[in-house]
Design a protein around this ligand. Structure first.
Ligand code: FAD
Length: 413
């Protein structure tokens, strides 16, 4: 049997592409290496903009999030409360969320196969694509949605792999009433360059659990252990136990740091983390994986109609990525990234921006939108840059002087 489309990987990127491909009438097969309901190491925080794709049922979006708390070594908790319906988000377990998305793909008509790891791909010049593993599958086109777990596969067909940072986290069992009281409906983000030079730490509350972790360049288990000693975290989790998934308490996983330059070739498109679409301000990638999966599926449906899966035809996917994900989004996230993570002043910038926001509602709104995604990264950047002299003044002469090289680099991106 020859499928119209094979998707490799059943995370949010792959599941979204499979649903849209199948809804468009294509014969779709999704191959997922893990068993059904696999655990995925992820803090599971998403803005409500994810509902642009599908409404999220209450039992999947475990905790509704209505604010954020920022903490630096010198300041905090700096609290942001949101009020608008569009400003909220959810914190959930990826096991439930990904299973929900895969069931939607299945209900739309896609064949979903668990426990199949693709080990090789063969692309015939004028023929089909053959996906090899414990058995072979054939299709007209392939979408690689393998996250950071299929780098070999990408390289084997001459495609680029994104650079990465590492994440380490554990989920703590905490009764719902205590989570309500200790963390509330807020995501907690910690910025401390002395702990992690190029990264962040977090506590994301779910209904009866809290995901606590660190991520960044060269992050190791010792960084995670140090974060657990942070006075705020230590106090809140005293006496609580880590949940165990597949026999493990602490999980580590990579996250991409940059988008690859060419996520397509004849008969192949790459979406989600495998394409490097995660947003490197707070390193969230679920929404971006879904959006790229949707765009790739739409380009595939067009190619199916025209019977043309050549490189020129699939290059439209990259054009759409630039329009919908990069030009007003990721490009400006890379500017923020440069400013925050390559200046050594992430904590000072956050503190200064928070102080400015106290007396400037437009800045307050934009800072909230950094979490909620209800303004584009471009809009938020414009608001911040229109106050750059204020920012430099708040940073003081010494820090302001240190910020300048990163500021100039970010303006050039
Ligand atoms: C510690 C941590 C915390 C995070 N927190 C957040 C957060 O709060 N919010 C947010 O938005 N993002 C977060 N992210 C990022 C988010 O997890 C990813 O951006 C998102 O999962 C990307 O989705 P994806 O579909 O591209 O890939 P994935 O979700 O990684 O899915 C890829 C799938 O492909 C399968 N696969 C891999 N290789 C093969 C193969 N050869 N054959 C078959 N199947 C294969 C894997 O088993 C996996 O199921 C976090 C990441 C980490 C590591």
């Amino acid at each position: 049997m020859i499928y119209d489309l094979i998707i490799i990987g059943g995370g949010p990127g792959g599941a979204t592409a499979a649903k849209i491909g199948a809804e468009g009438g294509a014969n779709v097969c999704l191959l997922e290496a893990a068993d059904e309901r696999r655990y995925k190491c992820c803090a599971g925080g998403i803005p409500v903009t994810n509902e642009d794709f599908t409404p999220i049922p209450r039992n999947v979006g475990e905790r509704e999030i209505t604010g954020g708390v920022l903490v630096t070594p010198d300041s905090g908790p700096m609290i942001f409360d949101t009020t608008g319906e569009k400003d909220k988000g959810y914190c959930m377990f990826r096991t439930d969320f990904d299973n929900f998305l895969l069931n939607l793909a299945h209900d739309a008509g896609a064949y979903v196969m668990y426990g199949f790891r693709a080990k090789g791909i063969e692309i015939a010049k004028f023929g089909d694509v053959i996906v090899k593993g414990t058995q072979e599958f054939r299709s007209k086109c392939v979408i690689l949605a393998n996250g950071m777990g299929g780098t070999q596969l990408q390289r084997s067909i001459g495609m680029e792999v994104p650079p990465i940072v590492n994440g380490i986290q554990a989920e703590f069992d905490i009764p719902e009433s205590v989570v309500d009281e200790q963390f509330g409906n807020q995501v907690w983000e910690f910025f401390n360059p002395a702990l992690i030079n190029h990264g962040i730490a977090w506590a994301f509350p779910k209904r009866e659990a809290v995901s606590i972790g660190v991520l960044g360049k060269n992050v190791k288990f010792t960084h995670f252990e140090s974060f657990l000693q942070n006075p705020i975290i230590k106090d809140k989790i005293a006496g609580r136990k880590m949940k165990i998934f597949n026999g493990r308490k602490v999980w580590a996983a990579p996250i991409p740091d940059r988008m690859i330059a060419k996520p397509f070739r004849d008969r192949v498109m790459i979406v989600g983390d495998a394409c490097g679409t995660a947003d490197p301000i707070l390193y969230e990638g679920i929404y971006q994986a879904r959006l790229s999966g949707k765009l790739a599926a739409e380009v595939f449906l067009q190619a199916l109609e025209e019977g043309d899966f050549g490189e020129a035809s699939l290059s439209q996917y990259y054009d759409l990525l630039l329009t919908y994900l990069y030009e007003e989004g990721l490009r400006y996230s890379y500017k923020f990234h440069e400013l925050l993570y390559h200046s050594g002043l992430i904590d000072k910038i956050i503190e200064a921006a928070y102080l400015i926001a106290q007396e400037d509602p437009e800045v307050m709104k934009s800072m909230i939108c950094l979490f909620t995604g209800t303004q584009t990264r471009k809009q938020i950047w414009k608001v911040l840059m229109s106050r750059k002299w204020k920012l430099l003044k708040h940073l003081g002469i010494r820090n302001g002087f240190h910020l300048l090289p990163a500021l100039l680099r970010s303006l050039r991106i």
